[in-house]
Design a protein around this ligand. Structure first.
Ligand code: PFF
Length: 454
């Protein structure tokens, strides 16, 4: 095991890195897409409830395991429970984030492509059919998406290979605050569009008739995906935390920032979708088809403003994607560099290479492999479904069960309250313990099973 383990430089850096992991394509691309598919406000409401009740407890458990052990997602269980077999379950949470990364890189590549297109001014002054039709044409071609996929995957590897402090910390500390400013600009722009009001009411008026079993399970999957849970990511980042950092406070701020960003993204996207008379449930292309259309329309009157807004938007998407992707890769890199003889550099390039190769399959599933179906889903949808609706709940259960039922209670208390020195945390500790032992495990299992029960 590594002797001189790195730590984040400051508490601010910890929060920025955690927020960087949480805020990503999950918020800007996945959340609006699911909200559109599952009927708006009702889905948003469920997502918020699950985030507080089921996701936040997992965050705390991962953080407790990570900081207590100061090890990777596999080694942590071996350190805390040397005689048990939990580390094999930990291994699931090492492999799963790499699977997610393999398709995350594909969408990251799309956002890079759209940034290049915006920089070239391609979303202004064009025929509408060309602007909306571009997405389908782009993702179904074989080579163009593969090129940007490789560029994105390479950028992720380059940041991670630089290490925790000079790579991850430096990058996230600057980009995260900037992202918030950028998304606010886009929200203002979007809600001011003529006809945007319908999008706003879509997001605030719940239509409960749209809530099927799979909508409920997907709302939980989204809460987990968005907060980067059940994947050993929060565990790994927490292993770089200092003893004096406040786990409960960090979790709460990260969750709030993440939820706020998801809501902002929805308010950036949906009013624009309605203003443009588009279909909210159109799937993964939602932000890539609808927003360029809006930028293009606005561009008729204000070409320069519209070009700048388009650039800012896709730049935000790209940055958010990068800060999350590096956290996905870090889980595997921490594992490999601590548990095998490979160096950090070798681990990073080896894993990135494997993940990149696998990603080619998901990328081609929109083009040459479009006919391949698994349980009625495209390969891309199948891997996304498996990761967020199956592997993430399993990972989440592993963490809450370990902290709730296996770890010695005094150790859990010690981590949650910093040895009893954090007065507020000590006061809410009994509620936390109850949530972790009973509510979270039962809730996660029940919600994950809803699609099969109803
Ligand atoms: N939370 C990230 C997002 O919302 O885009 C994605 C993600 C990162 C999921 C890390 C899981 C993870 F472990």
């Amino acid at each position: 095991m590594a002797q001189n383990r790195e730590t984040f430089g400051s508490h601010f850096a910890v929060i920025m890195a955690m927020a960087g992991s949480a805020i990503g394509l999950g918020n800007i691309w996945r959340f609006p897409t699911l909200v559109g598919q599952y009927g708006g406000a009702a889905f948003v409401l469920l997502y918020l409830v699950f985030s507080f009740l089921l996701a936040l407890p997992i965050f705390y458990c991962e953080a407790i395991i990570g900081r207590r052990s100061r090890a990777n997602a596999f080694g942590a269980f071996r350190k805390l429970d040397p005689k048990g077999h939990w580390h094999w379950l930990g291994l699931i949470t090492v492999v799963a984030p790499l699977l997610i990364l393999s398709y995350y890189n594909v969408v990251g590549g799309w956002s890079a492509q759209y940034l290049f297109k915006s920089l070239a001014g391609d979303f202004v002054g064009r025929e509408e059919a060309l602007v909306t039709g571009y997405f389908g044409q782009f993702i179904s071609s074989a080579w163009a998406p593969l090129l940007v996929h490789a560029i994105f995957a390479g950028a992720v590897a380059l940041i991670v290979v630089s290490g925790v402090k000079s790579g991850i910390e430096k990058f996230t500390k600057w980009t995260m605050p900037m992202l918030f400013v950028l998304i606010l600009v886009i929200v203002v722009y979007s809600v001011c569009l003529p006809g945007a009001g319908a999008g706003v009411s879509y997001l605030v008026r719940p239509d409960l008739s749209k809530l099927s079993g799979s909508a409920v399970a997907s709302a939980m999957g989204q809460a987990f995906f968005s907060l980067s849970l059940g994947m050993g990511t929060i565990l790994t980042y927490s292993s770089y935390m200092k003893r004096q950092d406040n786990i409960a406070g960090t979790g709460f701020s990260t969750a709030l920032a993440d939820m706020l960003f998801a809501l902002l993204a929805a308010f950036a996207v949906m009013p624009a979708v309605f203003a443009g008379g588009l279909e909210p449930g159109s799937g993964p292309g939602l932000i890539f088809e609808s927003l360029p259309l809006i930028f293009n329309r606005m561009g008729a009157g204000l070409p320069l403003v519209s070009t700048v807004v388009a650039i800012l938007f896709f730049f935000s998407v790209l940055m958010a994607a990068l800060t999350s992707a590096i956290s996905l890769l870090e889980v595997g890199v921490a594992y490999m560099s601590e548990e095998t003889r490979l160096s950090r550099k070798q681990s990073t390039w080896l894993l990135s290479g494997l993940v990149w190769l696998l990603g080619i399959v998901w990328s081609l599933s929109f083009g040459p492999l479009a006919d391949v179906q698994v349980f009625g889903m495209s390969l891309f949808d199948a891997i996304d479904y498996t990761c967020s609706n199956i592997l993430m709940p399993i990972g989440g259960l592993v963490f809450v069960l370990f902290v709730g039922w296996k770890m010695p209670a005094p150790d859990v208390y010690d981590e949650y309250t910093n040895g009893g020195t954090l007065r507020f945390n000590s006061r809410i500790y009994p509620a936390f313990r109850f949530l972790v032992r009973y509510i979270a495990p039962v809730g996660i299992a029940l919600v994950a099973l809803t699609p099969y029960l109803f």
